[in-house]
Design a protein. Structure first.
Length: 134
């Protein structure tokens, strides 16, 4: 049984930032698809507007360009803000975990294999014959 005593806050911040940025990227792509469907519907609705039986002149390309620009800016800003917020939350979670782990002990995790034996094998292999002669 291995106990996690401490989580390095800077490591948690990097991991949190990257995970949030990736999640935002994936879900924002889905959002962009749905937004494009809505803009297409608004374009077709705007071109079919009539007043007193007279069709109104409307250029749908302006609405499409505005929607595309809004979607692109929102996507880029969203990735940046998501990464920043993920980093901040990762830092807060690591700090909170370290505080609680000091009071009550860390998480106990069961790993396959014997970590102490594997560690000793690596140390012995890395030191070579220096350990035997010294």
């Amino acid at each position: 049984m291995v106990t996690i005593k401490r989580i390095e806050p800077s490591s948690a911040m990097r991991v949190g930032a990257l995970v949030n940025a990736i999640l935002f990227t994936v879900f924002a792509l889905l959002w962009a698809v749905f937004q494009s469907l809505i803009i297409t519907g608004l374009n077709s609705l705007a071109t079919s507007v009539t007043v007193n039986g007279q069709p109104q002149a409307f250029d749908p390309s302006a609405l499409a360009a505005a929607g595309l620009a809004t979607c692109g800016c929102g996507y880029l800003l969203g990735v940046v803000f998501s990464a920043v917020s993920g980093g901040i939350f990762g830092l807060i979670i690591a700090f909170s975990y370290n505080l609680v782990a000091n009071w009550f002990g860390g998480l106990r995790v069961s790993l396959e294999g014997e970590p102490e034996v594997e560690k000793r094998k690596r140390e012995f292999a890395a030191s070579g014959d220096d350990r035997l002669s010294g």
